[in-house]
Design a protein around this ligand. Sequence first.
Ligand SMILES: Cc1cc2nc3c(=O)[nH]c(=O)nc-3n(C[C@H](O)[C@H](O)[C@H](O)COP(=O)(O)OP(=O)(O)OC[C@H]3O[C@@H](n4cnc5c(N)ncnc54)[C@H](O)[C@@H]3O)c2cc1C
Length: 402
Amino acid sequence: MDMSFSAEDLAFREEVRDFLEAKLSPRLREGAACTPSVFVEPDITRDWQSILNEKGWLATMWPQEYGGPGWTATQKYIFEKECAIAGAPALPVLGLKLVGPVICKFGTPAQKAHFLPRILSGEDYWCQGYSEPGAGSDLASLKTKAERKGDKYVVNGSKIWTTHAHHANWIFALVRTNPEAKKQEGISFLLIPMDQPGISVTPIVTMANDHEVNATFFDNAESRVENLIGEEGQGWTIAKYLLENERGGSCAAPALLAELDRIEAWAKEEPSGVNGAMDHDPILMQRLARLRMEAQAFEITELRILAELAKGRPAGPQTSLIKLVSANIRQSIDELTVDLFAYDGLQLPTSRPLYGNEAPEPVGSREAQLALPTYLNGRAWTIFGGSDEVQKTIIAKQVLGL
Ligand SMILES: Cc1cc2nc3c(=O)[nH]c(=O)nc-3n(C[C@H](O)[C@H](O)[C@H](O)COP(=O)(O)OP(=O)(O)OC[C@H]3O[C@@H](n4cnc5c(N)ncnc54)[C@H](O)[C@@H]3O)c2cc1C
């Protein structure tokens, strides 16, 4: 793999840098930097999404015919890296990176024409209905059922951990349409409107005091048959395609490396440590150096997989490697950050947001205030999208052939 940038790539990088400099307002930068949860709130992402959509740089994973920018893998990587360095807000992935590519690949022309422009414009905000109580790692055991009645499906059951369901107007859900079939074969992939009497959403507040996830209940909820993606019983195949995109297919390393750069900068200034500035502490600095090496090695693996994707090959089970390694590096970074801020890193603010005029006064710096809630929310990185143990099994069986 050729790792050097061509003259065109370097020119593209300049264009991205100029764009970010011009368009990333202080409010957007602050919203991104001061969000301790995994997802950034829609009041921040909505504005950033609309800026990128206007430029045609929003749906980086979509084919060009549906609104993707038509970038090479290198351009995509350059864009993600520059966004991470500039501190741009993470976009709402559930529409753009999960259900969007599914509709591009498996949707009917009518589904594409209806849903894709509404994802781009932000008119539709999506949540994901896969997990259920009793069906997380063992997803194929899911019980939420959808019965066909005339031109509708009637849905009953519940989903759990539905991230941002309280903001969403659509949910993509795995539902059981044939209870007689073998577990995987009885599952279908259904799009369901959230704004109806048959759906209720109950908050689950995380140990960091954030409301990010929910339990979602379906009590004779309805969705029209034209909202089924693919055929009845094809849900498992579609679900796996989506999970491969969830676990990889975008660039995680640039954000990890940018975070390490920020930590290094704080370490030079942060006075709350036991021995003054943190970069006097050899143990913390050794941990920082080790993490940087791990993140750099990970970046090469990620680039290799991106190069495969650019040749038109599917993301495949090796995305489990991306998910596993990036989640663990991220958690180690969060842990180092808490340690870096010493006593100030142990505060747990109860109110949100932690940006703007309503933010509570921090003890020490804003970065110190964010350390513990970010660490606590970040425990989820090795659970959602499939836990570490599940990723290791996929790697063992499907990548290494053990
Ligand atoms: C913050 C957060 C956000 C989430 N967002 C969403 C969302 O938006 N939509 C959605 O559908 N889901 C979401 N999830 C759910 C997530 O995908 C599940 O939590 C995950 O798949 C694990 O399932 P579980 O919680 O039922 O744990 P379990 O499957 O019960 O696992 C419990 C433990 O047992 C281990 N284990 C289970 N089976 C095996 C096995 N076969 N071999 C080895 N070890 C095993 C697991 O690794 C884990 O450590 C979210 C979860 C979190 C924490």
